[in-house]
Write a protein that binds this ligand. Structure first.
Ligand SMILES: *Cc1c(COP(=O)(O)O)cnc(C)c1O
Length: 374
């Protein structure tokens, strides 16, 4: 009885994302070496890019405990509050900046998020809700978030902000994923110029330019805070898998069954894959609802049986069928296929899906169990 139960427990039927926190820690150190004296403030938006930080706190805990992280970035004010509440770290312990700014969300005393205000209107809303420590964002060419230098200098007059309440000035590169783009140097120059103009007006402010891409191209910028996300989680900001730091997240799913098919038989919805020879198929327990994108139909590859095996047919919501005819090792139900990770690099798989690894990682679904190792 006992051994049966154990077999049941170890052979999990679930798709799984295994997160190697120690590898993330080594990536943190590598990014710190690019950052020099600047504080590395990780970006944990979208549940740490899908690897889990809020409902599941191990990522935040690891960074706080092992890497002394005290400044964190997320996107929304609600994410910031939720990260603080679920990790049990109050505003006395960590500062969580919300990059999307402030739109009148409720404020919660000791679990207080710190908005990065993007416009005079946001600054007025913040001031009307009581004001206090905040960041501001300046636009240096992306036309997404951020205000102009004139608007930034006018905030005490236009929004009633106390100049000493501004603790951070954020600017963001529009071409950080393209190291060769001329925009990078031009925007770094703008960063230097505007930092100089704001330093005297906002004496408490620290300045921040680089995300992962900016850091890894070693842009010369005098900044006190850097904001890497993707590289920390093992992705290559320029999409070239050879440029990634250590792989952190491994996405696996179990083989549910295998079958033999004869030449001419098809697989999956619409029969888009046809056997050209006697073939062996494995059905894997993950589909587009788990983040294995439908765009990988007849294009993706998985690591199974000691080899790369191609996706055969259309990816379903909960399943994907793989051609394992050429796999050297025998494959049976319960074996786990790697969808991305050590062998199938995240950025390479993203290329096959015609997207970027950021999207694949953040798409990993809620149904996928997260397992953390150190
Ligand atoms: C998401 C984001 C980052 C992190 O970018 P990565 O490429 O993942 O390092 C940094 N700054 C801003 C403003 C962002 O929106």
């Amino acid at each position: 009885m006992v051994s049966r139960r154990r077999a049941f427990v170890t052979a999990s039927p679930l798709a799984r994302l295994t997160v190697d926190l120690a590898a993330m820690g080594r990536n943190f150190d590598a990014l710190q070496s690019h950052a020099g004296d600047a504080e590395v403030a990780p970006v944990l938006k979208a549940d740490a890019y899908g690897i889990g930080s809020q409902v599941r706190t191990p990522v935040t805990d690891y960074l706080y405990t092992h890497k002394n992280v005290r400044t964190i970035f997320v996107a929304t004010f609600a994410e910031a509050t939720s990260l603080m509440l679920t990790s049990g770290r109050s505003g006395q312990e960590i500062t969580v900046y919300a990059l999307n700014g402030y739109a009148g969300e409720p404020r919660r005393a000791e679990w207080e998020a710190t908005p990065v205000l993007s416009s005079p209107a946001q600054a007025r809303a913040w001031q009307e809700s009581g004001g206090g420590p905040c960041g501001i964002a300046l636009d240096i060419g992306m036309n997404r978030l951020g205000m102009s230098i004139d608007e930034a200098l006018a905030l005490p007059a236009s929004a009633g902000l106390d100049p000493h309440s501004i603790t951070l000035v954020v600017m963001h590169l529009s071409h950080a994923g393209e190291p060769a783009a001329k925009e990078n140097a031009a925007q770094a120059e703008l960063f230097a110029k505007w930092s100089g103009a704001l330093e005297a007006a906002y004496p408490q402010a620290r300045f921040s330019l680089s995300n992962s891409g900016g850091l890894m191209m070693d842009l010369p910028a005098a900044q006190q805070v850097v904001r890497p996300g993707y590289a920390l989680y093992g992705g290559a900001p320029d999409g070239n898998p050879d440029h990634a730091l250590e792989s952190v997240a491994s996405f696996t799913a179990p083989v549910i069954m295998t079958r033999e098919v004869t030449p001419g038989e098809t697989a999956g919805y619409g029969g888009t894959w046809t056997a050209k020879r006697p073939s062996r198929l494995a059905t894997i327990g993950a589909g587009y609802a788990d983040g294995y994108m439908r765009a990988l139909s007849n294009k993706g590859v998985v690591w199974l049986g000691g080899a790369e095996c191609p996706v055969a047919g259309i990816v379903s919501m909960d399943l994907v069928t793989i051609d394992i005819t050429d796999a050297p090792a025998p494959i049976s139900p319960g074996d786990r296929a790697e969808l991305f990770g050590e062998h199938i690099k995240l950025d390479r798989l993203a290329g096959l899906a015609d997207t970027i690894g950021y999207e694949l990682l953040t798409a990993v679904g809620n149904r996928v169990e997260r397992v953390y190792t150190m």
